[in-house]
Ligand binder design. Structure first.
Ligand code: HEC
Ligand code: HEC
Length: 599
């Protein structure tokens, strides 16, 4: 009877999460190329592995799990094997610092040695994803029979987060239910402390994890929260943060209590992980230009990527695992002390691997850029630098405190790209604020308010809890907050950012619905209606990845909600309805691309 129940639970898990999808074959790299982006090897390593307080699994558990496959003659390999995680898109690191990354996990997998759960108080080393997991790219190019992996710091990762979650969930379930597997796992985790009793205790906490996962999966299924798949390189970050904070985290009890579903909504606006060079100096960040202060942005992201936080009990309300000090360091590496100083710079097109740039064509492209692009995307960085140094800059603003680059936000009716993200962000309201409404100590969250501003307040409270607990004086808080106030806005539009390094950031538009630069400059009817994501093989002509069909690739269908490839169109017929410029001849498109390679 007992084992029947086990298999029934496994069956439920399968039917909810689906079996593991076919993963792409390993895209092997023979050599890495590192571009000069103003970062030393040491800063790169710190960016890859500094924990920010997020949680995937206890570290020892994660490195002890086996891959979710059934093998008959030998034990499966470990889930944490770089070659396996690389098939989900993560980047194995051959030059890793073994102090920061003792198990040679891929880029972005961070060990947090002092992780303390704010709800249960349990302290244990934790594995969490950090910024680099989503904001580091690798472009593959064949050269003399070898595959070179060109590392792009701050570029969009080609990872499949849903498959990663599935792989972890299934590995956990297999470990629990497949005969023999738990014992091997327990021996790896407990090492010399292994005994029948300690293994039994471990099994109980393991079962709690499965129960919580099944419960969440059931709610996901019932409310159809996961109707739109992000696939590789995309996730509905804002939608997930709102669900995590106002949904799952407000229900965060151990053992899991009833789930309050009032604040949950489907995540159906997947976006491409943006590139993050220069973003620290923008007046507003996020695709919809909604967040102003870097610390709010970063701590908000950490909560979205499942840093536990107490939003449930009055006692220790807003206590979290968010590592505010580390977030400050990370932001400093990205930003530098001031614009154009020691922060992360955009990558320069490497001619030795990607080919020469045709200068006269690029010159022609520059003229077209001045005419058709600059009005929205601003002049190239070199000019913006001169502008700032002039002392009386035209493109920079001091209205918020430090000099910040003022970006144009283009109304959705004008730019005409997919609007799902804006609809979601601008209309979701807090339906149940629970204890967050009643607190006297913190900024209260009122039921019925929009979730965007409410999120800003929650994150400010989380940060202030940390500042208080660590006795951070007011002037130090200001510095850590980047000397910026916590402002949130919800415009009906998307921001147009400068295009330096944009050649390394396919797929394009906020939702990644256009595979390469050539298609972005083509009329919508010429753009691919479906294409495959997941390949890292770079196409230096159209400037994007290879998007042909392959086993394990994710087929992006632009007719699905949130994935429309409309708008930002250059076509005949006059402006409006997403047409923002005249139809460009194929040579003109290529000339603009040649120019963009120089930025
Ligand atoms: C799970 C993936 C993931 C992780 C981890 C992550 N980000 Fe992001 N980040 C995103 C996505 C997706 C967006 C775009 C969200 C939007 O605008 O709707 C984003 C947006 C940003 C932006 C705004 C860029 C702009 O110009 O608008 C910055 C800056 C940023 N992230 C920095 C960071 C930092 C710093 C960290 C770590 C502290 C981090 N991110 C961790 C996925 C991630
Ligand atoms: C009317 C203003 C406007 C004009 C003109 C314009 N753009 Fe854009 N551009 C935008 C906006 C707004 C976005 C973001 C849209 C979105 O993500 O939905 C964008 C996005 C992009 C992106 C994608 C960036 C990314 O992170 O994926 C590229 C590349 C780009 N534009 C290139 C160009 C080029 C090249 C031209 C000139 C030929 C041009 N744009 C003209 C407003 C404009």
């Amino acid at each position: 009877m007992k084992s029947f129940r086990h298999w029934a639970a496994l069956y439920i898990l399968f039917s909810i999460t689906g079996c593991m999808s076919t993963l792409p074959e390993l895209q092997k790299v023979d050599e890495n190329q590192f571009l000069d982006q103003n970062w030393s090897t040491e800063i790169r390593q710190k960016f890859y592995y500094t924990p920010q307080g997020t949680r995937v699994l206890p570290y020892d558990w994660f490195v002890s799990l086996e891959q979710p496959t059934l093998t008959f003659f030998s034990d499966p390999e470990l889930l944490s094997h770089g070659d396996y995680l690389a098939r989900i898109g993560f980047i194995p690191d051959t030059n890793y610092d073994s102090k920061l990354n003792p198990n040679n996990l891929p880029i972005g997998f961070a060990l947090d040695p002092d992780f303390t759960d704010p709800i249960s108080g349990a302290k244990m080393p934790m594995l969490g994803l950090t910024c680099a997991a989503c904001h580091t790219a690798e472009l593959h190019i064949k050269k003399n029979g070898k595959t070179i992996g060109i590392r792009i710091e701050g570029g969009p990762a080609m990872t499949h987060l849903a498959d990663f979650q599935k792989a972890v969930g299934l590995s956990v379930a297999y470990t629990y239910y497949v005969p023999g597997r738990f014992d091997r796992f327990a021996k790896r985790v407990l090492k010399t402390a292994y005994s029948k009793e300690t293994a039994k205790k471990l099994k109980t906490s393991f079962k709690n994890l499965i129960d919580a996962g099944v419960k969440q999966a059931e709610v996901n299924d019932k409310l159809e929260l996961e109707v739109v798949e992000g696939g590789f390189a995309r996730t509905d970050a804002l939608g997930r943060i709102l669900n995590q904070v106002f949904g799952w985290s407000m229900n965060n009890t151990n053992p899991p209590g009833p789930i309050n579903t009032a604040n949950l909504s489907p995540v159906d606006a997947p976006v491409n992980y943006p590139h993050i060079w220069d973003s620290s100096w923008f007046d507003w960040v996020q695709y919809n230009a909604s967040i102003h202060q870097p610390m709010i942005r970063n701590a908000g992201e950490a909560l979205g990527v499942q840093a536990p936080v107490n939003l449930r009990k009055e006692q220790d309300l807003y206590k979290s695992t968010v590592q505010v000090r580390n977030l400050f360091h990370i932001e400093q590496w990205l930003a530098g002390e001031k614009p154009f100083s020691n922060g992360l710079m955009s990558p320069k097109w490497p001619v030795e691997t990607l080919g020469q740039i045709n200068q006269s064509k690029a010159e022609q492209g520059k003229n077209l850029y001045d005419m058709h692009c600059q009005g929205c995307h601003l002049p190239p960085m070199a000019e913006l630098k001169k502008d700032l140094e002039s002392g009386d800059p035209k493109y920079w603003t001091k209205k918020f405190g430090p000099w910040l680059l003022h970006l144009n936000v283009i109304e959705i009716d004008q730019v005409g790209t997919d609007r799902t993200l804006l609809d979601n962000f601008n209309t979701r309201v807090v339906k149940n604020a629970g204890v967050l409404e009643k607190t006297n100590k913190w900024i209260p969250i009122t039921e019925g308010t929009h979730m965007g501003p409410a999120l800003g307040k929650v994150v400010e409270n989380v940060n202030n809890y940390w500042y208080d607990a660590n006795n951070i004086p007011p002037e130090e808080r200001d510095r850590m907050n980047g000397y910026r106030k916590n402002l949130i806005q919800a415009p009906w539009g998307y921001k147009a950012r400068p295009l330096n390094g944009v050649w390394a950031t396919a797929p394009f538009l906020h939702n990644g619905s256009v595979p390469n630069l050539y298609e972005l400059l083509s009329p919508v009817y010429e753009r691919s209606k479906t294409f495959f994501l997941g390949s890292k093989e770079f196409d230096p002509v159209h400037v994007g990845f290879n998007t042909g069909s392959f086993s394990g690739g994710f087929e992006l269908d632009t007719s699905i909600k949130g994935s429309s490839n409309s708008g930002h169109e250059f076509n005949d017929g006059g402006r409006g309805n997403g047409i923002i410029g005249p139809k460009l001849a194929p040579e003109e498109r290529l000339a603009i691309i040649e120019y963009l390679k120089t930025l």
